[in-house]
Design a protein around this ligand. Structure first.
Ligand SMILES: Cc1ncc(COP(=O)(O)O)c(C=O)c1O
Length: 365
């Protein structure tokens, strides 16, 4: 067999997708499984957005379009400076393009830990070295080139404080670093609206955002990056060399999402808040479990280190014995070890049932 290129051997994965496969196999054997593993809203895409997409298809928006995205959509995303905007099929490709455009082999990138596993995977793929980001004292070396911030964070739901953002911005200036600010959960927030580091250092920051989470559009595949002017043309080249453009009818649906009523977003966030309060208090009642209330996103990340079973084994037994699919925190980096991730993008009844089943398992340990 011909040799496989080393770079693909560097790629990691998302454990959510592996657990989903296991859970589906159990379901095929007739078990009912409560799915708290995958990070996607359980709400349907708001109707006016669906209608706009269908209308665009009927109107013939089915051809190649501008690689950087539909001009009206780019203007709606970043009024006054649409040239900075690059649209892509989801937020993920923009994380990839941002890393490809900024990191040379051997460069170090500070990545959130625990954090979205794709950051470290893509850094390694690009020949870089992921280094856990400690907001109190970031480990800057002469090889550091990039810092990745994710606020609110997957998996912890934490929002990076204004003070830490200022500290990171100053470090980036001093050490000549790029910043990728993944703000995909920006609008799913339970306190004051978080500030973006882009407001402090716009010419060093790539903002990654998209429609998947806040408009319940995961399957449409629509995201965008707001790039510093020096990087935007390179990101467009990456689009031209990979996906050519993003489906025009999908972008028209995105335009309707931004321009249309926002009450569906507000309703989803209000429902997420109810679910957050329910799951956090239910988990806190389980002996040996501590769970902070997340500031944003839709994940609870309880600390289970006081239980007599490691988190990975606990997640396995919770699925096998109680039919509840959650993730081992270790899949989000070394500092995620000893935690579980419960997505609360599920109904209140399912969340209550899942917490009861978890408590039942813990009582048997
Ligand atoms: C932090 C973070 N960034 C990006 C993404 C990917 O978003 P998209 O589905 O738009 O590619 C996710 C999805 O889980 C995420 O949690």
């Amino acid at each position: 067999m011909p040799r496989i290129a080393d770079r693909v051997l560097q790629l990691g994965t998302e454990t959510a997708l592996d657990v989903l496969v296991k859970a589906r196999a159990l379901e095929q054997r007739g078990r009912r499984v409560i799915h708290l593993e995958v990070g996607e809203p359980d709400f349907p895409t708001p109707q006016h957005i669906v209608e706009a997409g269908v209308r665009a298809l009927r109107d013939g928006h089915t051809r190649y379009g501008a690689p950087a995205g539909l001009p009206e959509l780019r203007e709606a995303i970043h009024p006054g400076a649409p040239d900075r905007v690059v649209v892509a099929p989801g937020a993920k490709p923009l994380i990839f393009f941002g890393i490809l455009a900024t990191l040379a082999p051997g460069d170090e990138a500070l990545v959130p830990d625990p954090g979205f596993p794709i950051y470290a995977s893509m850094v390694r793929f690009c020949g870089g070295v992921p280094v856990p980001l400690d907001l109190e004292s970031p480990a800057i070396t002469p090889r550091t080139r990039l810092v990745i911030v994710n606020s609110p964070c997957n998996p912890t739901g934490e929002v990076v404080s204004e003070e830490h953002l200022r500290g990171l911005a100053a470090l980036a200036e001093k050490n000549d670093l790029w910043v990728i600010s993944d703000e995909i959960y920006r609008r799913i927030i339970y306190g004051p609206e978080p500030r973006s580091i882009a407001a402090l250092i716009p010419d060093r920051t790539i903002v990654v955002d998209g429609f998947s989470k806040c408009y319940a559009m995961t399957g449409w595949r629509l995201g965008y990056g707001v790039f510093p002017p020096a990087l935007a043309p390179h990101a467009v080249r990456l689009v031209i060399n990979s996906n050519t453009c993003t489906a025009a009818f999908v972008q028209r649906a995105g335009l309707a999402a931004l321009r249309g009523p926002q009450d569906a977003v507000a309703a989803m966030v209000a429902e997420f808040r109810r679910r957050r309060d329910a799951i956090v208090s239910a988990l806190e009642r389980v002996e040996g479990v501590r769970c902070k209330s997340p500031d944003g996103a839709f994940y609870a990340f309880p600390d289970v280190r006081a239980l007599p079973l490691p988190a990975g084994a606990l997640a396995d037994r919770l699925l096998e014995e109680e039919g509840v699919a959650v993730l081992d925190g270790a899949g989000f980096g070394p500092r995620g070890a000893g935690h579980l991730r419960f997505s609360f993008a599920a109904s209140l009844e399912d969340l209550r049932e899942a917490a009861d089943r978890f408590a039942r398992l813990v009582s048997r340990l």
